[in-house]
Ligand binder design. Structure first.
Ligand code: NAD
Length: 512
């Protein structure tokens, strides 16, 4: 069985505590690998290595182009070992292999490729990420230079549901900007993040620049948030933990970016292409068993199509196959842990007691496999949900859909916004005027029109309201890891000194 140590600044090191944890396959409880559990002292060593690399190393002084070369090589290595990454992500994360190999791994590679290509052109004269000259007409004879610089040492905390992708979304732009990075994967799913660290060093990353610290949130995560030698922190996880992280970051007023939870509305109008909308509604909520922050967990249906739409969904849900992660025929895999299984089941009980109509479908027809050995929940649909029910308001993070009915655009938008979250949303209609009318009213960072879940690395994504702030991906996602410096330049000192008179009038000047 594989055994991973901690990656501190490029060197594999034993944890000070000597403790090793087990990464589990949640579809059958088997051990995938062992990994060293990082503690506070290990985190301290990694912070020192990152600081040293930033202050005295070459990475922060390289051009964007040179850093982009390392990213491009890392993406190539990932492509070379993509089979291994697919398998590791699938087994440790409980993702059906079809999902890991179609989404997680290719999207992680394309994110790193995207930032490599952005870096290729970022040094150019006038680039928004490099140096550019500006006029300062309010001070004749002067001009300004706007420059961009890395923050220094950046902490990156990621959750268990999309381990490699989230790690790529944070490390690629943060490294391209010239920062040192301390990556903390979830202690449930640390394996592909450790691999990613190794890949970056194989691709030529200088020593000290990146550490990967698998450990408990309350130990390593809170140390990264509160450590005063860390300059910025990017966090992805639940809204509750995000608020605690924000509080800890206030100790040294470090920059913080939060990508938090969601309860995203998927709105279907009567004029939509219903064939696609039915399939997409299934995809929206059941991909990765609903364990995605942007899952379409609230389906808002026009009352004109409500019954027939539900009927079709019910049939489709009944045909979904639950199974082990390594089976290409599996549609719906396990939940990540016993804790998550208990939480989801308690929400299903709650929905029943709140009076929603339960449709609990799906079949186990994969032979030689015992669903009781993993953390499985059948695709679950609650119809006739109302806005006061908790199942329509709280993030369940499982394959549980709440279906609600609306009469018109106003009611659809009002239902969509009736949550503390604002991560994503979708609108299904053949009328683009209506799509934008409703889209403008929705307070969420992403609005899909006649689609769901599809991500492009070219576009920024992030939350409104308690889904967080800051953006990942796209140019905006890169700019988050850079700070802006202004040089005010009075080259030949020709500007009038009028301003100085405010504290020392010329009439009082002893040298005059
Ligand atoms: P979580 O908040 O429990 O943990 C997230 C990460 O924070 C983990 O690495 C964990 O170890 C760490 N952590 C826990 N306590 C901490 C503390 N006190 N200080 C610092 N770090 C701490 O979330 P989870 O259960 O791992 O992930 C699921 C959540 O993540 C869901 O709410 C989901 O919506 C959200 N999520 C959001 C996005 C997004 O882009 N907005 C993407 C994926 C997941």
């Amino acid at each position: 069985m594989d055994k991973y140590d901690i990656l501190v600044g490029g060197k594999w090191e034993k944890p000070e505590s000597g403790e090793y944890g087990r990464a589990i396959d949640p579809s059958n409880g088997s051990v995938v690998a062992e990994f060293a559990v990082a503690g506070k002292e290990d985190t301290g060593r990694a912070v020192e290595a990152g600081r040293r690399a930033f202050e005295h190393g070459e990475w922060s002084r390289f051009s964007y182009r040179k850093r982009a070369g390392v990213l491009a090589r890392a993406a190539e290595i990932m492509e070379e070992i993509s089979e291994e990454l697919n398998e590791l992500e699938s087994r440790n994360g409980g993702k059906p292999i079809r999902q890991a190999s179609f989404f997680d791994i290719p999207l992680a590679i394309s994110c790193i490729q995207y930032y490599a290509s952005l870096g290729e052109s970022a040094d150019r004269e006038g680039s928004q990420f490099g140096r550019r000259k500006i006029e300062q007409p309010d001070y004749p004879g002067t001009y300004g230079i706007i420059d961009h610089e890395p923050y220094g040492v950046v902490g990156a905390i990621v959750p268990w549901n999309v381990p490699l992708l989230m790690a790529a979304w944070k490390t690629a732009p943060a490294l391209l900007a010239g920062n040192s990075v301390l990556l903390k994967p979830s202690h449930i799913t640390p394996l592909t993040a450790l691999k990613l660290g190794e890949i970056f060093y194989r691709a030529g990353l200088p020593e000290g620049t990146l550490s990967v610290l698998p450990g408990e949130g309350k130990v390593v995560g809170s140390e990264l948030a509160s450590n005063r030698d860390i300059d910025a922190l990017s966090f992805t996880g639940s809204t509750e933990t995000g608020k605690e992280v924000m509080r800890l970051c206030s100790g040294n007023a470090k920059k913080v970016m939060l990508e938090l939870g969601g309860k995203s509305p998927n709105i279907v109008f009567e004029d939509a292409n219903l064939d696609r909308a039915v399939r997409a509604a299934m995809f929206a909520v059941f991909l990765h068993s609903g364990q995605l922050c942007e899952s379409g967990t609230r389906l808002l249906l026009s009352k004109k199509i409500y019954d027939k739409f539900l009927e079709r969904m019910e049939k489709r849900a009944a045909s979904m196959r639950m199974g082990p992660t390594d089976d290409m025929g599996t549609d719906i895999g396990p939940l990540i842990s016993r804790k998550q299984l208990d939480k989801v089941k308690s929400y299903i009980d709650l929905g029943v007691s709140e009076g929603a109509r339960l449709i609990h479908a799906g079949k186990n027809d994969i032979t030689e496999w015992d669903p009781a050995s993993g953390y499985y929940v059948k695709p679950t649909i609650f119809a006739d949900v109302t806005r006061d029910m908790k199942i329509s308001r709280e993030e369940i993070f499982g394959p549980v859909l709440a279906v609600m009915k609306f009469s018109d655009e106003e009611e659809a938008a009002s239902l969509a916004n009736d949550t503390i979250y604002g991560l994503a949303s979708a609108i299904w209609t053949s009328d683009m005027g209506r799509a934008f009318r409703v889209g403008r009213q929705i307070r969420a960072g992403t609005v899909w029109i006649n689609d769901y879940h599809l991500l492009t690395t070219y576009a920024p994504r992030g939350g409104y309201k308690q889904s967080g702030f800051g953006r990942e991906l796209g140019e905006e996602g890169f700019a988050e890891y850079l700070q802006t410096k202004h040089y005010f330049i009075n080259e030949d000192g020709q500007m009038e000194d009028g301003a100085y008179d405010v504290v020392n009038a010329t009439g009082n000047d002893p040298e005059a």
